[in-house]
Design a protein around this ligand. Structure first.
Ligand code: DGI
Ligand code: FE
Ligand code: FE
Ligand code: FE
Length: 185
């Protein structure tokens, strides 16, 4: 799938606000890929497609988790977790996409221990794109200019703090990713 095909698909699939967020992620992922020497075309494509399933029907996404044998724990936490792994599976079924691109889409909400540099770029870009506006986002932007890994840890910390404040369940993979990065010397 080319970037332009992905762009067309996303323009048709997502509502205006989410489409604008997506363009911000594309621009940010491209900049980070350039800065950290990763594949710019893969970063742009993963960013364009990352929220493909964001507004898909929750019941249908839960069914995809069951039918495709995805981690059944996904059904026991917030439904916000579904769109990343389900989006990756649905895109892989319909289009020819590089596994590196699919991996970044799949783990963009929680991260994953041992995630690739491309995965990290999408994970951070999603959190700091120019349309994001939450307390602490500017600190994350500064962090991302200095170290990609430090920005991943800072993004996970902010996500976990946000979840704690909301008193919602924290998906174990989010914690596993945090521990993995903090343990890395
Ligand atoms: O899709 P976006 O809004 O661009 O961003 P995202 O894919 O990072 O999703 C963020 C949402 O996911 C936000 O509502 C918090 C939720 N989330 C992230 N990690 C966890 C989580 N929800 C639960 N219950 N547990 C998690 O570990
Ligand atoms: Fe998302
Ligand atoms: Fe995110
Ligand atoms: Fe997003």
């Amino acid at each position: 799938m080319t970037f332009e095909e992905a762009h067309e698909l996303i323009k048709q699939t997502l509502p205006e606000k989410r489409y604008i967020h997506t363009l911000g992620v594309v621009e940010t992922a491209e900049r980070l890929a350039d800065q950290y020497g990763e594949n710019i075309e893969q970063a742009r494509l993963a960013a364009m497609l990352h929220d493909y399933a964001k507004y898909f029907d929750t019941e249908k996404m839960r069914q995809v988790v069951i039918d495709e044998g995805l981690d059944p724990n996904l059904l026991q936490y917030g439904d916000e977790l579904l769109h990343a792994p389900v989006g990756a599976v649905l895109l892989a079924r319909q289009y020819d996409l590089d596994p590196h691109v699919l991996s970044a889409i799949r783990n963009h909400t929680t991260g994953e221990p041992g995630m690739s540099r491309l995965d990290q770029i999408l994970f951070v870009a999603d959190a700091i794109e120019p349309n994001r506006n939450y307390p602490g986002v500017d600190r994350l932007r500064t962090e991302a200019e200095q170290s990609l890994e430090a920005a991943v840890v800072a993004t996970l910390r902010q996500t976990i703090e946000f979840l704690l404040k909301k008193s919602v369940r924290i998906f174990p993979l989010t914690i596993d990713t945090y521990n993995d990065f903090v343990n890395t010397p």
